[in-house]
Design a protein around this ligand. Structure first.
Ligand SMILES: *Cc1c(COP(=O)(O)O)cnc(C)c1O
Length: 406
């Protein structure tokens, strides 16, 4: 049976090309871990994890043990990092499915130790990436917690300190001050780790912004000072979007002073969007002046109009606040969204678009071509109109919207 026509198309070839481009940007300084958390930013873990693995990703990053179990089935050879850590009762499954937890709390390490012993794990066989809090005050062990945390990795422990990780919270800011301070705190933590007689193979730092700003080298230099290898963790860039940098960084159209990172210009040219969100016209009607549209009659026709009913609503993840203030693409043109967004439906003003009929394809997010060229609606367009960021636009596309590989 075909589904209600509201769907997402995923270009896995674009995702593969994006991964290869980013891996090239990181090489030879750093390895990449492909962030596929939150159902691959709404793009479908089932489609995206195998695609990045085909493109050469050896590491995948997911939120949770439950996502990790799905990733393990999809990619039996990949290393799977659980970036949100284990929760009570999850350590045995993390071990069983060969997932690699990020950990920082003593209770997490104790859960993992207990499960490792129950599973009969040999000393030093269960890899862990230890997160260091370098100033975000979210995840991570702080300076006062470090000694107790490191003691869990002592001689005879089944836990192996494979990676040291931190998350940079202002890699998009031009002055780099916050990042420098974070890296200094990380450097200090790593010195304490080696002073405790421990050694980690990977320094796991930096998301899309760090990579695109050409900073893989900085992470790699820090890693090398401690005899470690560097790993970066891009998410958004894999899906073809470039995070907005502080304006002082500049953009390809408006180079900044002193200099835009050259890597950013190259990325703008190379990265391709992976996701297109579509729906179709269910019906078209003509109304006279004075007709109202949708709940609470927030739109009133001032002249005779043609209206198209479209099979998508906030139940599909289309933000309700876009009612009366956003356009979607139909026959290669922009059609204003009139009235409120309903749970399952919206109405477009197609008065200026000749020939619209039931079954016509509507693009909610992505590009649509016509004789006069291509029109595009980006995740940034949605984010700006809804007062949010592309990460949220992608992840709130509802589970009921089928993801189809194209
Ligand atoms: C989500 C996430 C990333 C990826 O961030 P992007 O900005 O999407 O590249 C990297 N590291 C951690 C810890 C994350 O939570």
């Amino acid at each position: 049976m075909t589904t209600r026509p509201c769907w997402v198309e995923i270009r896995t070839h674009a995702l593969e090309a994006n991964f290869r481009f980013l891996a090239g940007l990181a090489a030879p300084h750093a390895e990449l871990l492909a962030i596929v958390k939150a159902n691959a930013y709404g793009h479908s873990l089932a489609l995206c994890a195998p695609a990045v693995a085909r493109a050469g990703a050896k590491w995948l990053g997911v939120t949770s043990v439950e996502e990790g179990i799905v990733a393990r089935a999809l990619c039996p050879e990949a290393r799977v990092l659980i970036i949100g850590g284990v929760f009570p009762g999850q350590a045995a499954a993390a071990i069983q499915f060969q997932l690699t937890p990020v950990a920082w709390e003593l209770w997490q390490l104790d859960e993992l130790l207990a499960a490792a012993r129950t599973a009969g794990a040999q000393p030093g066989t269960l890899p862990i990436h230890l997160e260091i809090d370098t100033g975000m005050n979210r995840q991570g062990a702080g300076p006062n917690d470090l000694a107790a945390v490191l003691a869990r990795f002592g001689p005879g422990s089944p836990l192996r300190l494979e990676g040291v990780m931190t998350h940079l919270f202002a890699a998009d800011e031009a002055d780099g001050q916050a990042t420098q301070e974070q890296l200094a705190r990380l450097d200090e933590a790593m010195s304490r780790i080696s002073a405790a007689g421990l050694f980690a193979e990977w320094l796991n730092v930096g998301a899309s912004a760090t990579l695109l700003a050409g900073q893989a080298r900085v992470v790699a230099d820090l890693a090398a000072r401690h005899g470690m290898k560097a790993m970066l963790r891009p998410g958004l860039a894999l899906y073809g979007l470039i995070p907005r940098f502080d304006p002082a960084f500049g953009t390809p159209d408006a180079p900044a002073t002193p200099a835009e990172p050259a890597s950013l210009a190259a990325a703008c040219a190379a990265l391709q969007p992976v996701l297109t969100w579509k729906a179709s016209v269910a019906g078209v009607r003509s109304v006279g002046a004075g007709a109202t549209v949708g709940y609470n009659a927030t739109f009133v026709a001032t002249e005779p109009m043609r209206l198209a009913l479209v099979s998508a609503g906030y139940g599909d993840g289309l933000t309700r606040s876009l009612g009366n203030r956003f356009n979607l693409l139909l026959r290669g043109q922009r059609a204003p969204l009139v009235g409120r967004v309903s749970m399952d439906q919206i109405v477009l003003d197609v008065t200026e678009i000749p020939g619209v009929e039931p079954g016509d394809e509507v693009v909610i997010l992505g590009a649509q071509g016509s004789e006069s060229g291509n029109e595009t609606i980006t995740a940034f367009d949605h984010a700006d109109a809804a007062g949010t960021i592309p990460w949220e636009v992608f992840t709130r596309i509802a589970a009921r919207v089928p993801r189809i590989e194209v």
